[in-house]
Design a protein around this ligand. Structure first.
Ligand code: SAM
Length: 240
């Protein structure tokens, strides 16, 4: 069977709810780019999955809409609910279209580890720009494209030590991992760093922050091979 986000949805929801240090870390470094208090703010969470980031944004008081093309993940998100004080609703939608989201309607768009899944980055950025209010911002994270390129491996170098060996950094496009335990068995759209940055500029975004956070203590404990490399690239960009 060829996996998709719908076929791995139950596995992914279980992975996060059991406690994935890497996904929790991604949520935290992304939310570092948003204000602590978000009451009166409308936020779109693009590619919300089972709602990990949408719930955390609502905990800051925002009214959040989470969209995702996977109905099964949206069902998981709905069943998790939210503790407030903000609100969250979830809708099936495609981040390249955002057909359920009105023009000029949100102060923030968050996209945690999801723009690396949209097949058309230009369409997604055009849709994000359309739904953002004037001076609204997009905050997104992606697996660091320089280290998470197609066919990258963790290769033993000495007893107990491994190094990241980069595969095909310049090979942009769709690829999928053949590791049955990897998230990217459902596929991934690899793009270079310059492709992301130039697309943001082309769509009229101003770069406000670019971060490459070192793994947290929790990530290093769960995945020691990751020490010394930033697992994610995080960018905040404002609608000019
Ligand atoms: C790694 S998961 C991240 C989910 C969530 N943001 C999180 O941090 O747990 C990637 C998500 O991107 C979603 N996705 C795939 N294609 C998409 C598209 N065209 N538009 C929006 N989201 C998409 C998947 O369904 C999945 O929920």
């Amino acid at each position: 069977m060829t996996d998709s986000w719908d076929t791995i949805a139950d596995w992914y929801a279980e992975l996060l709810r059991a406690g994935s240090a890497l996904n929790d870390f991604n949520r935290d470094v992304l939310l570092d780019h948003l204000p602590d208090a978000l009451s009166d703010h409308h936020v779109l969470d693009l590619g919300c999955g089972e709602g990990l980031i949408a719930r955390a944004v609502a905990a800051r008081g925002a009214s959040v809409v989470g969209i995702d093309p996977s109905l099964r993940l949206i069902e998981h998100a709905r069943s998790a609910g939210t503790a407030g004080p903000g609100t969250v609703t979830y809708t099936v939608d495609d981040g390249c279209v955002l057909g359920t989201v009105a023009d000029d309607s949100v102060h923030w768009v968050t996209a945690g580890l999801s723009l690396n899944h949209v097949p058309d980055l230009d369409a997604a950025l055009a849709a994000v720009r359309r739904v953002l209010k004037a001076r609204g911002s997009l905050a997104f994270s992606i697996p660091h494209p320089c280290f998470e390129a197609p066919d990258a491996t963790w290769t033993p170098v000495t007893e107990g030590a491994v190094r990241r060996v980069i595969g095909h950094y310049l090979a942009e496009g769709f690829w999928r991992s053949d590791n049955p335990q990897a998230v990217r068995r459902a596929g991934n759209q690899h793009r270079t760093l310059s492709t992301y940055l130039t697309a943001l500029l082309r769509h009229g975004f101003l770069l406000e922050a670019v971060t490459e956070p070192a793994p947290s203590v929790q990530v290093a404990a769960q995945q020691p091979h990751r020490s010394g490399l930033p697992p994610f690239l995080v960018i905040r960009a404002r609608r000019a």
